[in-house]
Design a protein around this ligand. Sequence first.
Ligand SMILES: Nc1ncnc2c1ncn2[C@@H]1O[C@H](COP(=O)(O)OP(=O)(O)OP(=O)(O)O)[C@@H](O)[C@H]1O
Ligand SMILES: [Zn+2]
Length: 449
Amino acid sequence: MIDDEAVNNAKERLRQEIGDLTAQLNAKKQRLRDLEATTTDVDDDSNAVSPKQNQRALTNDDIARYSRQLILPGFGVAGQLKLKTSSVLIVGAGGLGCPAAQYLAGAGCGHVGLVDYDRVDKSNLHRQTLHTITRIGMDKTESAKIALEELNPHCRISCHTRLLSRFTAMHIIRDYDVVLDCSDNVATRYLLNDACVMLRKPLVSGSALKLDGQLTVYNFGVTGPCYRCIYPVPPPPEAVTNCGDGGVLGAVTGTIGSLQALEAIKIIVGLGDVLAGRLLIFDGSTLQFRNIRIRSKRENCHICSPQPLITELIDYEQFCGMHATDKDNPLQLLEPEQRIDAMDYKALQQQQPAHLLIDVRQPAEFEICQLPSAVNVPLAQILDDSYLKQLGSQLDSKELPIVVLCRRGNDSQIAVQHMRNRFPDHSIRDLEGGLHAWSSQVDPSFPTY
Ligand SMILES: Nc1ncnc2c1ncn2[C@@H]1O[C@H](COP(=O)(O)OP(=O)(O)OP(=O)(O)O)[C@@H](O)[C@H]1O
Ligand SMILES: [Zn+2]
């Protein structure tokens, strides 16, 4: 076990070193490209144009590379040149951000900025198509930059490897023409909306969960509503599910991310009808795309009306009652004596084999992996009391200590709190940190997801 831990630590250290070295290498490559652009009149495809002209003319390489879109009516050389001098900021280099960035860089957008604080994880690879197995542990921004530069070295990629917050947002967004919301949380959606309204940037907003997706464009044109016009108040935290908890198919995030790139290209080039004041709803299970009209600007919107109440960015995590990151936000509902840690639970298994272990995850998750003696009772069945009636009669007949577990130890605390109200004299505890803690502290061969 100690050996496994040492090997895992060494692997993690190496991944971090590789990530840091790659970031340094990319910075040097960028510096070299910048120098080459200012010191030579000849670009790397031997087309004799100066850097200034370079921005305003298509090179032979451009013509060959973009030929299939150049011949599109309404796009043409003028459209390609607009793309070449445009800049797009993509917030989130995950399931939506990867395909969006891929199509924007591929289409010849001159400058793509990537914002993400996170690192590549194995569970990202099924949908975050720019990342690879060899780049696990690397900053997502750097990993995406490597893939995008291989695809199109003429697209400048800027990495903003940090959390977009009220302190960093204005400074970063200011330099870009269009912003893509490819994030996965409500706090970031309000932050991006408010910053984009203040800076007058169109915001192409996408979301995907399970087999469903949504897309719309905020702050576009004179009548185009903003996110707050549609959602003046945030949803209650318990009504929000993320991909980590609800699951998502890569082909669904791929669909919505690609459409975000399409809307950004249309905005830049001035092509077609931009999806402002309308919401696209994608149902992957029936493959239906519905396009519904949403309200236009709200006259008394707190941010985009002529007399806004909000004139500077606020604390969005507090406003939404939710974090902007899904990392390390363990719930703290229970007192220490109402919890049992993984090592103590292992000891309890040996000392007191007669106990009840309740796993409150969804059946689909229980099927992936489970502790041998666990019974599966999903959280909903605990909270609606349907299971507790049956448990009550079981508890009347004998004194059974109960341990409740889930994946990371959040839902299990909610379940324990509810059960303790029903059975206050009984020993009911939560397995602290859930199966993740079991895997890291007791049994490294136990799978994590
Ligand atoms: N405020 C923010 N600043 C920077 N990056 C953000 C912010 N909010 C969200 N993100 C990033 O947006 C991306 C959203 O993508 P996605 O939900 O596909 O990935 P994930 O968080 O890795 O998924 P999972 O929930 O499966 O762990 C993530 O990479 C996340 O780090
Ligand atoms: Zn508004």
